[in-house]
Ligand binder design. Structure first.
Ligand SMILES: Cc1cc2nc3c(=O)[nH]c(=O)nc-3n(C[C@H](O)[C@H](O)[C@H](O)COP(=O)(O)O)c2cc1C
Length: 188
């Protein structure tokens, strides 16, 4: 099995819990991973602290890159990171990616993933959506990206906020292509 190289980018949309749960889950799946690189926007750090009341984003055993890092390996196609997940993905970051505005490490890395025809997963979060958001989602989809909205499901009867949020993160794990034991709807 080829071990995976994954970039996790976190932006300042609501839903820091999705980033936390994904990073937690990736820690348990390290046997399938060669490398996990993490980059956060400044707004993401603020929203994380506001929503989760901690700064645990700095405690993961993954390499963190500054948003303005110019030399990060995954901003180049030759580093062969196979997947990038932006979780949660703000409408601002979505719009910059859709417009090709690569003005920081997150948007440059996303641009590289699309040009190399690798996997870009945007866990987009806002509500309601305006026509610009919808058109940007269409543009990114046509360019090969996957819009995976941060919309939980209820058929697993989640009892806690973590269980509810995990329904989104499980979909992301599936989309990345990692093996994991998690609840799947398989009919009654
Ligand atoms: C508490 C809080 C929640 C927010 N939630 C969202 C959201 O769900 N979706 C969104 O697109 N923007 C949201 N925003 C606004 C973004 O943080 C803002 O657009 C920011 O410029 C995004 O920057 P970034 O994409 O570089 O992280 C939120 C802001 C705050 C303070």
């Amino acid at each position: 099995m080829t071990k995976r190289k994954i970039v996790v980018a976190v932006t300042g949309a609501s839903g820091a819990i999705y980033a936390k749960l994904l990073l937690d889950k990736l820690q348990t799946l390290q046997a399938q991973l060669a490398e996990v690189a993490v980059v956060m926007s400044d707004n993401a750090k603020q929203v994380w602290v506001f929503e989760l009341d901690n700064k645990a984003y700095s405690s993961y055993p993954f390499k963190f890159y500054a948003k303005k890092d110019f030399m990060a390996p995954f901003a180049s196609g030759s580093a062969k990171f196979d997947t990038m997940v932006i979780v949660p993905c703000s409408m601002g970051t979505l719009g910059r990616i859709a417009s090709g505005i690569s003005d920081d490490l997150i948007t440059r890395a996303a641009d590289v993933v699309l040009k190399e025809r690798r996997k870009l997963i945007l866990v987009a979060r806002d509500t309601p959506l305006n026509l610009i958001h919808i058109r940007n989602m269409q543009t990114v989809t046509e360019a090969g990206g996957i819009i995976c909205p941060a919309i939980p499901s209820y058929y697993s009867k989640p009892k806690t906020i973590e269980e509810l949020a995990m329904t989104v993160v499980s979909r992301v794990i599936d989309l990345i292509g990692l093996e994991d034991e998690s609840y799947r709807w398989d009919g009654i």
